[in-house]
Design a protein around this ligand. Structure first.
Ligand code: ST9
Ligand code: ZN
Ligand code: ZN
Length: 333
């Protein structure tokens, strides 16, 4: 049967290419969840995060001004760090661990965990837990970055305040057993602080300094802070911009949208109306490699035998869904 946003929230078998069934991730929208009535709780600012985020962005702007004086190899390295940390989020935390859209061998999971620490967006376990909350309780109080609370809140504001009690309350119901059973995920969580110091800050800084004599200052502020802040904002745009601007060819009843700019900067994660409609599709879009280097990466890993069992929605199912709930426009993004 078709996965539908209006279906009861029972465990559903996902349909995929090769007909194998696996336990689906607990990421299906729960239409039965209703927000509690009455006054919303007071927001509690977390000053430590506000100050650190502010300093990070000041450092990133300074790093940006160093671009003209940086060595060419340092610029290439900045792009490489962006791509690797990006894959740690898109192919790792998102498509593999949050949604279980494909299976990955041990060496690939180790690589993705390293890449994920380089991205420093909370450990995989916490990221996937929050992300399943985001899909299951989308745009309610139980969604950690509820886009109904506006652009700023869904972009970065949610990281600067205590969570809504409903996020914690409803989140307790999530099935996270698959994450707890993955030794790579649990190892990264145990050693998270050390791993992010080494991979998000030390490695990007030391490689250009040691290997081609870049100044430590440029290396710290450009491939370090500037690259980090840029990839954070690219990720956050999926939660903010792609929940506000773009087409809704697959489901007009939800806010997530197809946003080309976001797809480009977020390595293929801006086809967000499609993704919320079919969260189990490993490509997060209908269109293969178009604006989607993450899908190309997963396909390459499958070609090399390091990944397998990619889940993909059939064209017929997409078309049926578009006719039933789509906006009537087939322009996607
Ligand atoms: C960052 C994450 O940036 C970004 C994620 C974006 C997601 C995007 C998704 C879009 C699709 C993919 C696009 C990819 C594009 C990539 C492009 C790349 C180029 N369920 O959190 P706590 C419980 S991070 C169940 O402390 P507070 C739990 O027991 C940036 N339970 O709440 C927990 O304890 P524990 C860097 C939950 O105190 C306890 O509550 N990091 C859930 O309210 C306390 O949880 C930062 O800036 C749940 N969902 O604090 C740090 N949630 O964990 C930010 C909580 O021990 N974080 N519980 O089990 C914080 O400082 C805090 O979390 C806080 C809230 C202040 C925000
Ligand atoms: Zn979303
Ligand atoms: Zn998702």
């Amino acid at each position: 049967r078709t996965i539908s946003h209006h279906a009861p929230p029972q465990k559903q078998q996902h349909h995929h290419q090769n007909g194998h069934n696996t336990t689906p991730a607990d990421d299906v929208f729960d239409a039965t969840y209703k927000e509690k009535e009455g006054r919303k709780p007071q927001m509690q600012l977390v000053w430590r995060n506000i100050i650190l985020m502010f300093l990070l962005h000041v450092g990133a702007v300074y790093g940006f001004t160093l671009i003209p004086s940086a060595k060419t190899l340092t610029l290439v390295w900045t792009a490489v760090c962006y791509a690797i940390s990006g894959l740690g989020i898109t192919a790792g935390a998102h498509r593999l661990w949050s949604h279980r859209t494909y299976k990955a061998s041990f060496p690939l999971r180790v690589f993705l965990a390293f890449a994920n620490s380089m991205a420093f967006q909370n450990d995989i376990y916490e990221w996937a837990r929050d992300h399943r909350s985001h899909h299951k309780y989308s745009e309610t109080d139980a969604d950690p970055h509820n886009a109904k609370r506006g652009f700023f809140f869904s972009h970065v504001g949610w990281l600067l305040v205590r969570k809504h009690p409903e996020v914690v309350e409803q989140g307790k119901k999530l099935d996270l057993s698959d994450l707890k059973a993955d030794p790579v995920v649990m190892f990264q969580r145990r050693h998270y602080v050390l791993s992010l110091v080494l991979l998000c800050f030390a490695l990007p800084t030391l490689v250009p300094w040691y290997c081609w004599g870049e100044s430590l200052e440029t290396a710290y502020f450009l491939p370090g802070l500037f690259r980090y802040a840029l990839s954070l904002n690219a990720t956050w745009l999926v939660n903010s911009a792609a929940h506000m601007w773009g087409n809704r060819p697959y489901d007009i009843t939800i806010n997530p949208r197809e946003n080309r700019v976001v797809s480009f900067s977020a390595m293929g994660e801006g086809f967000h109306n499609y993704h919320h409609t079919f969260p189990f599709d490993y490509g997060t879009s209908e269109f293969g490699w178009r604006l989607n280097p993450t899908t190309a990466f997963i396909d390459l890993m499958c070609f090399l035998g390091l990944a397998w069992d990619r889940k993909k929605v059939s064209k017929e199912m997409i078309l049926a869904r578009m006719q039933r709930t789509g906006s009537g426009s087939n322009k996607s993004g």
